[in-house]
Design a protein around this ligand. Structure first.
Ligand SMILES: N[C@@H](CCC(=O)N[C@@H](CS)C(=O)NCC(=O)O)C(=O)O
Length: 362
């Protein structure tokens, strides 16, 4: 019988997110590594650019983007739903996705490339040259990995900002450990969308990478234990918090998101607006605009304004705009509690869409 295939790798942030969700959902699938041949024949041929993870369904349909992979399975409405039913929990889950996908990239990329570089080239090499010697794998891994390494300065990770990135990550580990003392998963006693979002950065880079993983296991064992449960597809029993409530222990993490990530989204929105003024519906949105200021862990730097986070923000705002008056009131109180009330006045410069696996103007 033909099964669904996930083209993904154990070293990849977003493959970890899709894989953990698919295991939890009970999907029968095989995972195939992105060897150069697979990249060419499956990924570039069908998606148009080199990216993982990619889902190829048994029916031959291709799905790229982890949120779309999750939606693909959730659309069948069978089994336990990953997305909370309550509007506030849904909104918070999408904010957590925005943070996990697009802000925890800072510690993930910093620790991988500044603390595990030689080790990770060897790991990449296992996919790139599966039959090669260790030396050949290292060289092949370096050729693949250099592309990702090249993203590091554009993300704002430099010698000057590294101490801030590390301080923010240590704070995140402390905050998430305190949360896990309260609850075993993000929103309750079972896993849900927010857990699969967070597993992206926290598995491949922060747990699996040799030196960073040892640090997590030593200093934040509760987080390491959560990673092990989430990647194993556990957390099917149990419930989410009653009454569409949010755990107070998640608020410190969301406060950091509002203080650090939100200003970069607003600055990116301004640049999107300037670009969109001379573009038309259906035009592909550039992946990055100009450099913008940011701050993390109390240290200021410059990073490229990336358009994709606005797509993740749009998904959260769509939930907000569809809320009843009483849910909007609860969400307003929640946003005030995390210092995110500016979201209520945010005006997207343009509506975004995704066509042929690329971000476009709607
Ligand atoms: N938003 C995408 C992100 C996928 C992504 O960035 N994948 C990484 C590997 S973990 C990659 O292939 N990046 C190549 C690139 O961005 O050019 C998703 O959720 O699937």
């Amino acid at each position: 019988m033909v099964r669904d295939t996930l083209f993904g790798s154990d070293m990849s942030y977003f493959s970890g997110k899709a894989r953990a969700y698919m295991r939890w959902k009970g999907i029968d699938f095989e995972e195939i590594a992105p060897t150069p041949q697979v990249m060419k024949d499956e990924i570039i041929a069908h998606i148009g650019w080199p990216v993982i993870p990619v889902l190829k369904t048994a029916a031959g349909e291709y799905v790229q983007d982890t949120a779309d992979i999750i939606d693909h399975y959730e659309a069948a409405r069978s089994g336990l739903g990953v997305m909370p039913e309550g509007s506030l929990q849904r909104f918070a889950s999408l904010l957590i996705q925005l943070f996990a996908d697009e802000w925890l990239t800072l510690p993930a990329m910093h620790y991988r490339w500044n603390h595990n570089e030689d080790w990770i080239y060897g790991e990449f090499g296992k996919n790139a040259a599966p039959d090669g010697t260790l030396e050949q794998q290292y060289e092949a891994g370096k050729a693949v990995g250099s592309r990702f390494r090249g993203f590091v300065p554009m993300l704002g990770i430099t010698e000057d900002t590294a101490p801030g990135v590390e301080r923010a990550y240590e704070q995140f580990l402390a905050d998430f450990s305190a949360h896990l003392e309260n609850l075993p998963y993000a929103l309750g006693t079972r896993a849900s969308f927010a857990d699969f979002a967070l597993i992206g950065p926290l598995y491949a880079h922060q747990y699996r990478d040799k030196y960073t993983g040892a640090h997590m296991k030593r200093t934040a064992p509760r987080v390491a234990d959560w990673v092990e449960r989430v990647i194993a597809g556990q957390g099917k029993e149990g419930v989410l918090l009653d009454g569409d409530d949010l755990p107070k222990t998640l608020l410190p993490i969301l406060k950091v998101q509002m203080a650090e990530q939100l200003p970069t989204l607003f600055a990116t929105n301004d640049l999107l607006g300037a670009w969109a003024s001379s573009a038309k519906s259906g035009d592909a949105v550039p992946r990055g605009f100009d450099m913008i200021p940011f701050e993390t862990g109390g240290v200021k730097g410059q990073c490229i304004a990336r358009s994709f986070p606005l797509w993740r923000l749009q998904a959260a705002l769509d939930v907000l705009s569809g809320m009843s008056a009483s849910d909007t009131e609860r969400t307003t109180a929640f946003l005030k509690a995390i210092g995110g009330e500016a979201i209520l006045d945010y005006k997207p410069a343009a509506r975004l869409d995704r066509i042929n696996y690329r971000l476009c103007l709607a």
